[in-house]
Design a protein. Structure first.
Lengths: 363, 250
């Protein structure tokens, strides 16, 4: 496959897998689930011949725990799944966060609840931003709106996960996984050699060699409540720093808009077209596109100017991100929802019509 | 010059365990770590101990270790093995963990022929959570969730895990041992050594089941627990090699 600045046409799921390999994520554990099964297929074909390891797990529970083991042993690990599979992985996510094991995880999400359907959805917003597993923990979540942005974020997350010693989640809806776009691929980062893991990750369980004072333990059980509280406080010091350093957002014309749309992933792309349609109707609409869903860019809403009459959260769910939008906006402006769910997707015209209706109501 | 008649193995950390009196976890811990020391592999070993009384193993075994979620140790060990193909990897799991919540993970690790060893502590009961019925609890045995004794009608028959695992081709060595008498403990240590040697030879998955005691939750004294094991467990869970590779058959 092309290197450097060559443009190639790639399907989302295959591009994500390629980006993970090029990011140096040498170990992949997966289980088939639509709409991301191209990823384990690609990994089974590509990783072994490039010096990596592919293993098909018996379940998503198996996959996340293989990832935990490989990560605890110092390996650089990538996993992927889709909504109900991510739900099964939440037990492991909680363990990884407490034990500070790095991981890059990808959710190519679909509609729910239950087994739901296989068409695209964003109703995993709560699942990925509010935990899903037990206890106090946080996972940084990035929501790219294009295949290129997903490639770049997966590539970067390989380093972020190792730096923060925490899972990093990439959250795309099934459209981005299934569509094709021209992309530029990054250079291959070298895989860490097994013999150098202990130097790079002195906390990893690798066998301590001759010096048993270097014995390592990767764990999350803390039976003494004061010990557990201290540990969680320590984790949250890290998360408070991550809130400052990992918060990312893109905005368009929010300082002097009549209305401001808030949308991530595919819906942000539909919103950009809707904004052009609204302009032809004499309504100036701005856009807030959160790239990080946790940490959520609450402060960006302070930049909305006095001309704005309403903020609209546009989502492929019954309204989940809207709760964060409300926190960001406060009581300053009405916050409204435009949504489809179950795998249904609004057209740009649908979105423009609904936004125009809301604008007329509030104006 | 005096000759020591007993030395503490370097495989165990010099601390008091918090296992109950008469519990055989301490014996199993020592057999495993002492064998690793004798093989010169203690610094090359990585252990996994999941939820249950087993989870404390990292405090006592002088080995790089990680905890695992309930039942998931074989998946965790499969991940570790992929990163460190040249190390000795093992899981240390109780019966609630391995034979109930973790059946998928142990069966598939065995089926894949994962090159790690599993040490299975079967004491017919949940220990850490306080004596509930396990998949290995015997018919008629009382537990806090089978207070009049387990019945086949209500809970089915107990699972013979070694026999189950030995049906899988990836499991190249499967043996059931007991920790109730000095002779059985010596045999158990040989089984541990064989498991590690076969793992080192890269032949496949190795599995040793230890028939163990839990006097606290059985409601008996430590000496009676040893008798209870011999009289009730061994007849239902017969000792011996269930499967071994041709390469190591004597």
């Amino acid at each position: 496959m092309a290197n450097g600045n060559d443009k190639v046409l790639l399907k989302g799921n295959e591009a994500f897998a390629e980006a993970a390999i090029r990011g140096g994520l040498r170990f992949y554990f997966g289980y088939p689930i639509t709409p991301q099964s191209e990823i384990p297929e690609f990994m089974s074909r590509e990783l072994p011949k490039r010096g990596g390891v592919f293993l098909q797990a018996e379940s998503e529970l198996g996959a996340i725990n293989m990832a935990y083991g490989a990560g605890a042993a110092g390996g650089a690990v990538f996993i992927s799944s889709s909504s109900p599979g991510i739900a099964l992985m939440q037990e492991g996510m909680s363990f990884l966060c407490s034990a500070e094991v790095p991981l890059v995880a990808l959710n190519v999400s679909r509609g729910g609840p239950g087994i739901g359907g296989i068409q695209p959805g964003q109703a995993d917003y709560f699942q990925v931003t509010r935990g899903g597993g037990n206890g106090d923990y946080k996972i940084p979540v990035f929501a790219p709106a294009s295949i290129q942005e997903a490639i770049d974020l997966i590539y970067e997350s390989a380093e972020l996960a190792a730096y923060w010693r925490n899972p990093i989640m990439i959250f795309v809806d099934g459209i981005i996984g299934q569509m094709m776009e021209p992309v530029t691929l990054p250079e291959q980062r070298p895989f860490t050699e097994t013999s150098k893991i202990r130097d790079a990750k002195p906390w990893a369980i690798t066998g301590y060699g001759d010096d048993d004072t270097k014995k390592n333990v990767v764990k999350s059980l803390r039976m003494q409540p004061d010990d557990l509280e201290r540990h969680v406080e320590y984790l949250f010091e890290k998360y408070r720093r991550a809130e400052k350093e990992l918060c990312r957002v893109e905005t368009q014309d929010i300082e002097d808009a009549d209305i401001v749309l808030v949308a991530f992933g595919t819906v942000a792309r539909i919103a950009r077209e809707a904004i052009e349609i609204l302009a032809t109707r004499g309504i100036k609409a701005g856009l807030v596109r959160p790239i990080s869903l946790w940490p959520f860019p609450y402060d960006v809403f302070d930049k909305i100017g006095s001309r704005t009459k309403a903020v609209i959260s546009a989502e492929l769910s019954m309204g989940q991100m809207i709760e964060d939008v409300r926190i960001g906006v406060g009581k300053r402006l009405p916050v409204r929802l435009i949504n489809r769910t179950g795998g249904m997707i609004p057209t740009s015209l649908d979105l423009a019509d609904s936004a125009e209706k809301i604008y007329k109501e509030v104006n | 010059m005096s000759t020591p008649v007993f030395t503490y193995t370097k495989g165990m950390i010099r601390t008091e365990t918090n296992f109950c009196p008469g519990c055989t976890h301490g014996i199993a811990h020592r057999l495993i770590t002492e064998t690793l020391v004798e093989m010169g592999e203690i610094g090359n070993a990585i252990g996994v101990a999941p939820i249950g009384c087993s989870v404390q193993a990292h405090k006592f075994m002088n080995v790089d270790m990680c905890e695992a979620a309930h039942g998931r140790a074989p998946a965790v060990a499969s991940g570790i093995r992929r990163v460190h193909p040249d190390k000795i990897v093992y899981t240390y799991q109780g019966d609630g963990d391995l034979a109930s919540i973790g059946t998928a993970e142990i069966v598939h690790a065995a089926a894949r022929g994962e090159k790690f060893s599993t040490f299975f502590i079967n004491n017919c009961i949940y220990g850490m959570t306080g004596g509930q019925m396990a998949p290995t609890t015997l018919i008629g045995q009382r537990s806090t969730t089978s207070q009049d004794g387990r019945t086949k009608a209500q809970a089915g028959n107990p699972i013979r895990v070694s026999e189950l695992i030995s049906t899988l081709d990836g499991a190249v060595y499967v043996e059931r041992v007991a920790l109730d008498t000095p002779a059985h403990i010596r045999a158990a240590k040989k089984a541990v050594r064989r498991a590690f040697e076969i793992q080192k030879a890269g032949l496949g998955f190795t599995f040793v089941e230890f028939l163990s005691t839990c006097p606290t939750n059985w409601g008996v004294t430590p000496p009676d627990a040893m008798k209870w094991l011999a009289e009730n467990m061994i007849p239902y869970y017969p000792l011996g090699v269930k499967r071994e590779p041709e390469e190591v058959q004597a």
